[in-house]
Design a protein around this ligand. Structure first.
Ligand code: 6MZ
Length: 362
């Protein structure tokens, strides 16, 4: 009887500690560098849009749980079928920005793959996203959240489309002042089992030459030869970076490239249960706790809708499972600000850095 009482006291204390950590993670100013627009669409909205146009398969989006990478990509296909008009895109974009801001994200780099919808072409798609960001800025103000945009290149698509996306970024930046300010980089993503990095490297290099740095999804599946190519290219940031050889780890330690770590997304597709089994976290975050020599890692959501998560939930997951202390959590929450594609000395960045420092009290 005494033992039962002691166990339940310990459980209650743990539940209180966890609730306090979740509250802290929600309250802290956060930076989100790796979020795909369509993957962050609200489940309810996609289900509603799918109902409107009766897109077969989109309703299957409802069941969360263990997803293989292939199942994730089937789900993106279903979301894309539901998200098929300019109005739907603007609605989803507005909701995604509102959700991140409400969760306490203060700097968001949202990324999306330009594509033709039923009523607009790829250019119209990007313009609709820019308009949505503009509306958010007018309604909420950049005091709420600074938003920037990366244009994604889908590695499972044709190389010609990658060239078109880079071209589109240049054209829009030349023609629209908001595009010049908001489009700050490109991303290479898409099904990692399809396409080859080297085929897309020339488009990424052209973007870089024109001032648009790249974040590259890499080592989401095991392919050491491709990771060699990615490291030789030296993108400005790496997404995931899960399956690395000893030589890759050594090269990154010698010359770090910031890593965007997506806890729930990775554990789901790797079918692992605990952050200690997360290869990127175990290698870079836990090491840093021991050495204080911080490798540049930021915590991201990847796809809040598909993985049923949020920026504060990802931070809390890392904090609780790796038993981080509040000071470390506060540091990690806004860590990504150092690796943002928005220039470090821009007016927005200077204001933001000061504001995050002020609000990151624990
Ligand atoms: C690779 C991913 C991804 O661009 O239509 N995407 N690519 N790995 C991941 N991890 C699970 N999560 C999302 O958003 C959806 C697209 O983002 C990429 C895929 O290309 C997906 O189709 P947008 O806004």
């Amino acid at each position: 009887c005494l033992l039962v009482a002691a166990v339940s006291r310990v459980r209650r204390a743990r539940a209180r500690r966890e609730a306090a950590m979740r509250r802290l993670c929600k309250r802290l100013p956060k930076v989100e560098l790796h979020a795909h627009l369509a993957g962050c669409a609200r489940l309810a909205t996609i289900t509603e849009l799918a109902g409107e146009i009766a897109a077969p398969g989109a309703r299957a989006h409802a069941a969360l749980g263990k997803l293989t990478l292939d199942e994730c990509f089937a789900r993106f296909g279903a979301i894309h079928r539901a998200l098929s008009t300019e109005a739907a895109l603007k609605r989803v974009a507005a909701e995604v920005l509102a959700d991140f801001a409400a969760d306490g994200v203060r700097y968001l780099e949202i990324r999306t793959t330009p594509r033709a919808l039923r009523d607009v072409d790829a250019r119209g798609y990007v313009c609709a996203v820019l308009d949505s960001i503009g509306k958010f800025e007018r309604d909420a103000g950049d005091r709420a959240m600074v938003v920037r945009l990366l244009l994604s290149i889908d590695r499972s698509g044709p190389i010609a489309r990658a060239d078109e996306t880079v071209e589109l970024a240049h054209t829009l930046r030349a023609e629209r002042a908001d595009a010049r300010r908001l489009i700050v980089g490109v991303d290479l993503s898409g099904n990692p089992s399809k396409g080859r990095f080297v085929d897309f490297a020339p488009a990424l290099a052209r973007a870089r030459a024109a001032g648009l740095p790249a974040s590259v999804h890499c080592a989401e599946v095991e392919d050491h030869a491709e990771m060699d190519d990615v490291l030789a290219f030296r993108p400005a940031r790496l997404g995931h970076a899960l399956f690395l050889s000893a030589a890759h780890v050594e090269a990154l330690r010698a010359a770090p490239i910031p890593i965007e770590l997506c806890p729930t997304s990775n554990l789901t597709t790797l079918r692992r249960a605990h952050m200690r089994e997360h290869p990127t976290a175990a290698r870079w975050l836990l090491d840093d706790l021991r050495t204080t020599e911080a490798y540049p890692v930021s915590i991201s959501t990847d796809d809040t809708g598909v993985f049923g998560t949020s920026a504060s939930a990802e931070l809390a997951r890392v904090a609780l499972e790796l038993r981080l202390d509040p000071a470390h959590v506060a540091h990690l929450a806004a860590r990504g600000l150092h690796d943002a594609f928005e220039p470090a000395n821009s007016r927005e960045m200077l204001t933001l850095r000061a504001r995050c420092a002020r609000d990151a009290t624990i």
